[in-house]
Design a binder for this molecule. Structure first.
Ligand code: ZN
Length: 247
């Protein structure tokens, strides 16, 4: 699942269309049934932002398009005089100079009130790490860290890859109950994730320590990396049993 950094890059790509009136269509029938193209056609695009795992396109008249990319969704932008698209995007937005296309959905909808239930965005400048620690403290203390920190109602924007990496950096296991994690461990984990995700937005990628490295040696202690499904969604957790504490 894409993290907040993927959404921020998509928001950045869409900026050239901001301030322009768009001509909207849905070449793909699955996009057409969402009714989004009809609702935004002819409207001025006022603002594009990434909020947690959602991309929000604000059009004039208070019409807001919400896009959640899950695993396969993509936004692409090109100059209109470039080579033709191949395939059927869910949504095509055209301005005099640019074309933006949304591929494979899977969630393309006009905004309702759902997003209000999201926690603060990890990457928003106004978000304080202390506030996020307090929100993590407010959930059932028996819940595992690897479940709590990807709960978008606690903090928005952390995907499975960043989760695995941030826990490794903070030396705590995804299986540690949140009630047994110290405040300084939670703050270090969230602070590291924020810095690393912002670095990724600006194009700097760091090597992964544990994510999708099952059986390979831990970069810190050389013990083999482990993996197992965790939480209601059964996402795969990756961790080092030797240097990440679980109790
Ligand atoms: Zn280790």
């Amino acid at each position: 699942m894409p993290g907040g950094d993927v959404l921020l890059r998509a928001a950045a790509r869409l900026q050239p269309l901001v301030g322009e009136r768009v001509e909207a269509s849905s070449p793909n029938p699955r996009g057409l049934v969402t009714g989004v193209a009809r609702a935004v056609d002819g409207r001025l695009l006022e603002r594009v932002e990434a909020v947690g795992k959602h991309l929000l396109l604000h059009f004039e008249g208070g019409v807001v398009l919400r896009s959640h990319l899950r695993m396969n969704g993509r936004w692409r932008v090109r100059d209109r005089d470039g080579p033709a698209w191949r395939g059927s995007p869910w949504l095509l937005l055209r301005t005099p100079r640019h074309e933006a296309t949304q591929w494979n959905g899977p969630v393309l909808a006009l905004e309702a009130r759902r997003l209000r239930r999201l926690g603060p965005d990890l990457l928003a400048p106004a978000t304080q790490v202390d506030e996020l620690v307090a929100r993590a403290r407010a959930v059932d203390p028996e819940r595992r860290l690897g479940d709590v920190l990807v709960d978008q109602r606690v903090v928005a924007g952390i995907g499975n890859m960043w989760l695995a990496e941030l826990l490794w950096h903070a030396r705590v296991s995804p299986w540690l109950p949140v009630g047994e994690a110290r405040d300084d461990e939670l703050a270090a984990a969230l602070g590291w994730a924020r810095a690393a995700m912002l670095a990724s937005v600006s194009g700097r990628r760091s090597a992964r320590a544990v994510y999708r490295r099952t059986g390979r040696p831990c970069p810190r202690c050389r013990a083999p990396i482990r993996s197992r499904g965790l939480g209601d969604a059964n996402r795969t957790a990756y961790w080092c049993e030797s240097c990440q504490r679980s109790s």
